[in-house]
Design a protein around this ligand. Structure first.
Ligand SMILES: *Cc1c(COP(=O)(O)O)cnc(C)c1O
Length: 452
């Protein structure tokens, strides 16, 4: 067990891959039958095992199988599944009170989280925040705030973007199946523009940033009108759309255009934020200072919390009572967030994420050399992916991707897929995973690739 694992806190689970039944085992199969009878079919399951415990880099199922976790509950448990400081602070808060409603009788934890967000997010201007319950709710609030501040309606979003599953955020999300299909009509005044996706840029990756930015600017100028545009909303490193790293230079160009036209530039860092990419926030990589930033997932060690943080004069635009919600900034979730942030600082998790990238990326590149099924290796820090294609082409191979993921699952490695074409395997290990386990996970991946 490596030192990092011991520091992770949480249940003292042996940090090992251990299969004691087939996957799924009998207890999981029993529970799955109950799930099918009681839970709506629309709620899918990536891996058909039921969780019993989790911590460090493993998830233990109800049959006693211990799986290596390369998913972190979709980029949530960066600090681990029950980090010591998260459990301690949330428990203390549970014993004091569970709820008063921040709009009825506020409490210190809410303010403290907003103070931390002002310190941690890029830019040294005056900042304020509003706390809500989910990523989608944060994005909705960012749009509300940008519209109020500018007095404009149009929102510009990107190909391959993902922003959530509520009505407005479905409209903002690019991919139809499974996120939007059958759920329309969608909110109006949403305009989609090209993303600088180097691997699939027709004239080649070297032209991607400049050409894509020119297309975005042309589209907004001619078809939307900058004077009608409230916000440009973008993930600085795309999540569900396939872990696409926008070509370097693209985002600074788009941000400059936004600034020149009084358009609010919003970075959706819900997946890429809180140390995941090797910095506190992914937009730091190109020195971007967004006007507003949305956060969720990694913020509170697994407790539901999300935020919009931004320039005080924009955040203050809306009238009193215009923002909020019954549970937004729940005191237990705020206490958990303060514990998670304490853990990120104490363990220097940005450095830990960079180290994970240093271990994983060369090994993924070596796999790409060996298996022409891998078209591209990309990502930063502990937010990495491989895009799978038919060998010798760039044609997406979703079937092979599903087969590799299934082979990993059967061998005790939890991996997730993503991508507009369903052909991306993504790797989001907890930032506190031990290095032995990380390497063993990659061994499992290699065996799965060899099988497929
Ligand atoms: C997950 C995600 C969301 C939505 O967050 P929820 O908490 O699921 O509503 C929005 N934007 C990005 C980039 C995400 O990854």
């Amino acid at each position: 067990m490596s030192a990092m694992t011991e520091l992770s806190g949480g249940p003292a689970l042996p940090q090992e891959r251990r299969l004691v039944t087939e996957i799924p085992g009998p207890r999981s199969r029993e529970l799955m039958a109950r799930k099918q009878a009681a839970v709506a079919d629309g709620v899918g399951t990536v891996m058909p095992v039921f969780a019993q415990a989790a911590g460090g880099g493993v998830l233990v199922d109800v049959d006693g199988n211990s799986l290596i976790d390369f998913g972190s509950g979709i980029a949530v448990t960066g600090v681990g599944n029950s980090a010591e400081a998260v459990v301690r602070r949330a428990t203390e808060q549970l014993n004091r009170f569970t709820h008063t409603c921040a709009m009825v009788a506020p409490y210190e934890g809410y303010v403290e989280v907003c103070e931390e967000l002002a310190r941690l997010t890029p830019g040294d201007h005056a900042k304020k925040s509003v706390l809500v319950n989910s990523g989608a709710e944060a994005v909705e609030n960012a749009v509300k705030i940008a519209r109020y501040h500018t007095g404009r309606q149009a929102v510009v979003v990107f190909e391959h973007g993902y922003h959530g599953r509520t009505n407005l955020t479905m409209a903002l999300t690019a991919k139809s199946m499974p996120y939007k299909h059958g759920f329309g009509p969608f909110a109006p005044e949403v305009y989609r523009v090209p993303m600088a996706y180097p691997y699939r840029w027709l004239t080649g990756p070297e032209h991607c940033a400049e050409e894509a930015a020119a297309q975005v600017i042309e589209h907004i100028t001619k078809e939307v009108g900058p004077e009608n545009t409230a916000a440009i909303l973008v993930e600085p490193l795309l999540g569900e759309g396939g872990f696409i790293e926008p070509a370097r230079g693209f985002l600074p160009r788009v941000a400059r255009f936004a600034r020149e036209h009084g358009i609010v530039f919003v970075a959706d860092e819900i997946q890429s934020g809180f140390c995941r990419t090797g910095q506190w926030f992914a937009c730091e990589d190109e020195g971007l200072v967004p006007d507003l930033i949305t956060t969720a997932k990694g913020i509170a060690g697994g407790m539901p919390l999300a935020a919009v943080t931004g320039r005080a004069e924009i955040m203050d635009a809306a009238h009193v009572g215009g923002l909020g919600g019954t549970y937004g900034g729940n005191p237990v979730a705020c206490a958990a967030a303060l514990g998670a942030i304490e853990t990120m600082r104490e363990l220097d998790l940005p450095a830990r994420a960079r180290r994970i990238g240093e271990v994983m990326k060369p090994r993924l590149r070596a796999l790409a050399e060996k298996y022409p099924l891998i078209g591209e290796v990309r990502g930063r820090g502990a937010m990495l992916a491989v895009e799978l294609v038919r060998p010798g082409t760039t044609e997406p191979d979703a079937a092979a991707t599903a087969a590799v993921a299934a082979a990993c699952h059967n061998a005790g490695l939890l991996v997730l897929t993503c991508g507009t074409y369903g052909n991306v395997l993504r790797f989001l290990p907890p930032l506190v995973i031990g290095e032995d386990l990380l390497n063993e996970g990659l061994d499992v991946l290699e065996e799965a690739l060899a099988q497929v």
